[in-house]
Design a protein around this ligand. Structure first.
Ligand code: NAP
Length: 256
């Protein structure tokens, strides 16, 4: 490495594709990448207007692709629209995810499948679609999968979510084992308890809110901005020798 070490964190000239870009952590990651210099393609099932406005405000470049990520057939169109916008995608962030709270004995097949479809099957097949091109053009790439505390723990009344997020961590390792030799870094971020739509129900339940908050060593819920540093790091040259790792951004939750 010559020059300024901080240059290793720059995403200038790169293109990042982020799923679930309209809100929450996905929106935070899009904004972070735009500020780090990347062109950003945001995939969502509804408008990313708010994300686009935030990125415009920092003079970044953003394009949205509207797609329902519960249907694997959208993948070729997502790739085509992303490539048409900025050329090669260099960074893939599998952020979109859903959660369904229910006692395990009452989970329906439909609810189980809907969570596995978005959180697990789509994640794998998006990784596959982009890695195929990266292996062919031999220019490497970065994959960041959004895992969870429930990649490490069982959680309460969210069995399909725990299963899918445990799969995300396993998948991250499995793909790193195959693709690291192609200069493709596959890693994951495991957010702790973050104040987004995903946790709206939890936060509106006074007892659960208090139980969770009192267990977080940092003493507060996380925010989309808290994910930015880890997301930039794992997308940048600074993490080139980090492979198959799931990095917790959790205010100390797992340390407890
Ligand atoms: P969020 O605000 O609910 O965001 C989830 C994103 O996924 C939204 O953009 C959502 O779109 C999108 N999405 C869900 N199903 C989709 C589909 N079928 N097609 C297209 N987009 C779809 O919650 P978040 O906290 O930012 O979640 C982001 C990721 O972090 C998820 O993978 C979540 O599991 C994970 N995570 C969150 C926490 C937390 O405490 N918040 C902790 C650990 C992990 P809509 O807005 O249209 O629903």
């Amino acid at each position: 490495m010559t020059g300024n070490y901080m240059d290793m964190f720059s995403l200038k000239g790169k293109t990042a594709l982020v799923t679930g870009a309209n809100t929450g952590l996905g929106q935070g990651i899009c904004l972070a990448y735009a500020q780090a210099g990347a062109n950003v393609v945001g995939v969502a099932r509804r408008s990313c207007r708010e994300t686009a406005e935030k990125i415009e405000a920092v003079s970044g470049h953003f394009t949205e692709v509207i797609a329902d990520l519960s249907d694997l057939s959208v993948i070729p169109r997502i790739a085509a629209e992303a490539n048409a916008a900025y050329g090669r995608v260099d960074i893939l962030v599998n952020n979109a995810g859903i959660i369904k709270r229910c006692d395990a004995v009452d989970v329906t097949i439909e609810d189980w499948d809907s969570v596995i479809e978005v959180n697990q099957r789509m994640v794998f097949f998006l990784c596959q679609a982009f890695a195929k091109g990266w292996i062919q053009d031999n220019k490497g790439g970065k994959i960041i999968n959004i895992a969870s505390m429930l990649s490490f723990q069982g959680g309460i009344r969210v069995p399909s979510y725990a299963a899918s997020k445990s799969a995300v961590m396993g998948l991250t390792r499995a793909l790193a084992n195959e693709w690291s030799k192609y200069n493709i870094n596959v890693n994951a971020i495991a957010p702790g308890y973050m104040a987004t739509n995903n946790t709206a129900n939890l936060r509106s339940d006074e007892q659960r809110e208090e139980e969770i908050l009192s267990r977080i060593p940092a003493g507060r819920w996380g925010t989309p901005e808290d994910i930015a540093g880890a997301a930039i790091f794992l997308a940048s040259e600074a993490s080139s020798y980090i492979n198959g790792f799931t990095l917790a951004v959790d205010g100390g939750w797992l340390a407890r």
